[in-house]
Design a protein around this ligand. Structure first.
Ligand SMILES: Nc1ncnc2c1ncn2[C@@H]1O[C@H](COP(=O)(O)OP(=O)(O)OP(=O)(O)O)[C@@H](O)[C@H]1O
Ligand SMILES: [Mg+2]
Length: 263
C-alpha cells in the first residue's frame, strides 16, 4: 500500500564516501544515484564490504557523504532524525529495561511519551509481543528481540525504515516468519523500506526493486524490478527466474548456466 501523502521519498544523488585521511584511503561508495519512492520496498544486495551499511548510515544521517546529496521528501538529510528509523542485525536492546520501556525509548527521548503511551501498546501488539511487554531482553528469543527492535523503530512513525540485515542472525524458520511479519507491517503502515540483505531469496520475496551493488567502491550495477504479485510464492517459477537473474548479476553463477528446474 503506497501512501504518497505521508511522504517517504528518498533521493540519493551522486553520493560518494571515502574513508581515511592521507594514508590508505578506502573508497566505500562512488557516485551512487538512487531514488526510492514513498512506500516502496527496496533491497540492497552486494558483496561483503561493498558499502551497503555505509549507504544506510548516510541515509540515516549518522554519517556525511564525501560528495553528493541525500534528501528525504526534498529536504537535505543533515543528521539523525526519528523520521528515518534504523534496525540493525543485532537488536541492541537496553538490557536493564523491559520490552515496553525499550520500545518507548524514542518517545521518551523526545519528551512525548506521556501523551503517546497508547502508541507503545499498539506497536507492541503489532509486532506480536503483547505477552512479553514486561519481560527483559535476556528473556526473549533472537526473533522476539528483533521484533522488539523493529517496534522500537516503528513507534516513532518513521517515514523511512532502514534495515541493515535485520534477520541475518536468525534461523531459517524464524526468518521466513519475520519476513511475512515485516511485509504485513509494511502494507499496514506504508513505510518506505530500505533493506540490506545477503540473501537473494529474501530480497526477491520482499522487494519491489532489488538494487545490486558492485564490489568496493560500491556503485549500482543493476536494479531489478520484481514484477511478481503479492503474496509471493517462494517456490514459484517466476521467483526462481528472478533469483537466477540476480545470481548472474552478482556473478555467482555463469551467465550461460541453465537452471535445472527449466526443462
Ligand atoms: N568508519 C569507517 N572508517 C573506515 N572505513 C570504513 C568505515 N566504515 C566502513 N568502512 C569501510 O568501507 C567499506 C564498506 O563498508 P560497509 O560496512 O559499508 O560494507 P557492507 O557492504 O555493509 O559489508 P557487509 O556486507 O560485510 O556488512 C569497507 O571497506 C569498510 O572497511
Ligand atoms: Mg554491512
Amino acid at each position: 500500500m503506497v501512501t504518497e501523502a505521508e511522504g517517504g521519498q528518498i533521493a540519493i544523488q551522486g553520493v560518494s564516501r571515502t574513508f581515511g585521511d592521507g594514508g590508505a584511503e578506502v573508497v566505500a561508495l562512488s557516485r551512487v544515484e538512487l531514488d526510492v519512492r514513498p512506500g516502496e520496498f527496496v533491497s540492497l544486495i552486494g558483496p561483503s564490504g561493498c558499502g551497503k551499511s555505509t549507504l544506510l548510515r548516510l541515509v540515516a544521517g549518522l554519517d556525511r557523504p564525501t560528495a553528493g546529496e541525500l534528501r528525504l521528501d526534498g529536504e537535505p538529510i543533515e543528521g539523525p532524525h526519528y523520521s528515518r528509523g534504523l534496525v540493525f542485525q543485532d537488536p541492541t536492546l537496553f538490557p536493564w529495561k523491559t520490552i515496553w520501556s525499550n520500545v518507548a525509548t524514542g518517545l521518551e527521548a523526545r519528551g512525548v511519551l506521556k501523551e503517546r503511551r497508547g502508541d507503545v501498546d499498539k506497536i507492541i501488539e503489532l509486532v506480536g509481543l503483547r505477552d512479553f511487554e514486561r519481560a527483559y531482553p535476556h528473556q526473549l528469543s533472537g526473533g522476539m528481540a528483533q521484533r522488539a527492535a523493529l517496534a522500537r523503530a516503528l513507534v516513532n512513525h518513521p517515514k523511512v525504515l532502514l534495515l541493515d540485515e535485520p534477520l541475518g542472525a536468525l534461523d531459517a524458520f524464524t526468518r521466513m516468519n519475520l519476513q511475512d511479519e515485516l511485509l504485513r507491517i509494511w502494507q499496514e503502515r506504508g513505510t518506505t523500506m530500505i533493506f540490506v540483505t545477503h540473501d537473494i531469496d529474501e530480497a526477491v520475496y520482499l522487494s519491489d526493486r532489488v538494487v545490486i551493488m558492485t564490489p568496493r567502491p560500491a556503485r549500482i550495477k543493476e536494479i531489478v524490478t520484481v514484477d511478481l504479485p503479492r503474496p509471493r510464492v517462494r517456490n514459484g517459477a517466476g521467483f526462481f527466474e528472478y533469483r537466477s537473474r540476480i545470481l548472474e548479476s552478482l556473478q555467482l553463477v555463469p551467465e550461460t548456466a541453465q537452471p535445472e528446474y527449466i526443462v
